[in-house]
Design a protein. Sequence first.
Length: 479
Amino acid sequence: MGGSSLWRNMAVNADINKNGMYAMYPEGTEYISAYLEARGGPFGATLFVGLQAFLLEYLSRPITVEDVQEAERVVHGHGSRFNRQAWLDIVNDYDGYLPLEIEAAPEGTVVPTRNVLLQVVNTDPRFPWLPSYIECALQRALWYPSTVGTTSWICKQAVRGALERTSDHPELLRLYLHDFGARGANTFESAALGGMAHMVNFDRSDTVPAYIAASQYYNAAYPGAVNLLCEHSNVSAFGPDGEADFFRQLLSNTNDAAIAFLVDTYDQDNCVRNVIGKELRDEILAFPGLVGIRCDSGDPVTNPVDVVEDLMESLGSSRTAKGFKVLPPNVRVVQGDGLNVNTFRRLYAELERRGLAADNVLCGMGSGLLQEVNRDTLHFGYKANAARINGTWRDISKRPKANAIKHSKAGRLALQYVDGDYRTVPRDSIPPEENVLQPVFRDGKILSVWDFTDLIERSERPTPAYYYEDLPEDLQAAS
């Protein structure tokens, strides 16, 4: 990327075909309204997150004459027309800031699918092409963190239910899913935005870019907890006969921190039953911090549950007030391999099926969290919904006969909260104060600023059960 301003130049942050569309609207077109929604998928709702980061990183940077010149060279190089005068007018009349108004659901809000999340309109009738022009940049900035955040939120609801049914400590909910996904993310920015979205739901992450993004864009505090997670190179450096020596070194050098032993570098069964269960048993039980027994191979659902039962035979167990068996309070199994939202939910269901409390297993998720998603996981769409032509607003939409999920909404929209649920209604059908959508950007000015604590608080508000219960397969594409 180097130092080129093209990487933050909104005049080229679009598909090449967008450059010719300014001349394709009906004569007299003054304003175009467009909106964003998650149209369906395996979950009943979407956690909306990522907009403020986009506004600060991209729309708060003014376009310059040099940007226009660079963009013109790029676009003409593709053989497309370029609306040079319009971009120069933005530079001269708006100091380079885009003449747009964006209103959105407050970030952190969990909204059922097929509802408006965001709405955009141009503020100057000379630029009706602009709401569509920013589609690529805006949708890309939002579908990814919102989809990761939703995946993480669905996992949170699963473990919340398991803790409420089996544990004495459901208040520890935010500790149960650790982000291990940075190495599997496709870019540093993806790791930052996806990892940041996960942190709305859980407090545990190894993804440093996530902490940077949450702090830079949402004023989040850095966590103070210390986790010492070893890797296979540490264990194997001690040799096949040195596992106990390495683990003992960790126990003696880390005091009251949380540490984790990788137990599958060689023979997991031997390590769990003999090294941990016999040779180091007393030292582990006496350790003042948390000892994680980390599984990194095998079946991600049954293997960690088997390890819990093996450890209970050697280290002992007690029962929660709800009658479920739990390991000693300073010992937990850590499953950090092979998890996605489905195996995560199945793991906690398997614990419960065997009479074991959810407390026993802490999880980490890598590519299943940050990488196994795409725009169609939740079928995100950004579509025009209204046009003002010669002074009159006209409702517009698309309704392809062959694919109902691609049907879009017509008319200027509002999001209303009624009886504990959200619904999309015509903008003029409710008083403005009942519209959940809030103006967040206008002509280069950010109108609402949210702290990370605001996002967390909204994400933890009670929701209807259908938001997170499994949808029947025939409804996933039409929810």
